[in-house]
Ligand binder design. Structure first.
Ligand SMILES: [Zn+2]
Length: 215
């Protein structure tokens, strides 16, 4: 089987996202790009994550041409493959409909940075891509145009997409964007939002890259 280890990692992350409440039922999809072959592994369309086997993961090239796998790939394949074509630095993509991020995507054009952890991991306000119908190339274009070189983008009336240099980071970004969306929502309910400015976001982002965690 092609890329067995990578397929297993994809299932592990999808299950983790489900366990953490980022996805309901089968909504949301995940992919990774293997740095060696350039092949993309993506979750199949509409299958229960608990029942996924490595063979259910679809392997394709960046044009979406299937290389290995008998399942129908995620309906958001055009969005994932377009991100990989446009962003050579991206090796992991997470797309969820997590509640608070989707709520922001349904009412605001931009999601401000209030929580320091969002500043540190994502590094800037999260913009909302204009509405596009799910699964379409039109949506993929709007999402990649808004994403630019950033780590996260909200999908108007739909959800959120996060990217990273690997799937683990893309997933962590999905968690942090949702946490940030939740914190910002509650803060807004409590009073005037105190937004972290661009300079502080950049400083926090630099700090986490250089200093945080085990070296
Ligand atoms: Zn979706």
């Amino acid at each position: 089987m092609l890329l067995k280890k990578e397929r297993e990692q994809l299932i592990k992350i999808a299950l983790k996202a489900q366990k953490m409440g980022l996805i309901a039922l089968t909504f949301g999809n995940f992919s990774l790009r293997d740095p060696e072959t350039g092949h993309i592994c993506i979750t199949p369309s509409g299958m229960d994550y608990e029942e996924l086997e490595p063979a259910d993961i679809v392997v394709m090239d960046e044009q979406g041409k299937i290389i290995d796998g008998s399942r129908t790939p995620s309906i958001e394949t055009p969005m994932h493959t377009m991100v990989y074509r446009k962003r050579k630095d991206v090796f992991g993509v997470a797309h969820t409909h997590s509640v608070f991020a989707t709520a922001w995507a349904s009412c605001e054009a931009e999601f401000p940075v209030v929580a320091a952890e969002l500043a540190a991991l994502v590094g800037e306000p999260v913009k909302t891509a204009p509405y596009g119908r799910m699964g379409t190339v039109e949506l993929a274009e709007k999402v990649t145009e808004t994403l630019q070189d950033k780590h996260a983008v909200l999908l108007s009336n739909h959800g959120v997409l996060t990217v990273g240099p690997d799937l683990k980071t893309a997933f962590a970004n999905a968690v942090i964007v949702e946490e940030g969306a939740k914190i910002t929502y509650y803060a807004k309910m409590m009073g005037q939002l105190k937004v972290l400015d661009e300079k502080e976001c950049k400083t926090l982002r630099k700090w986490i890259i250089e200093k945080y965690g085990q070296k």
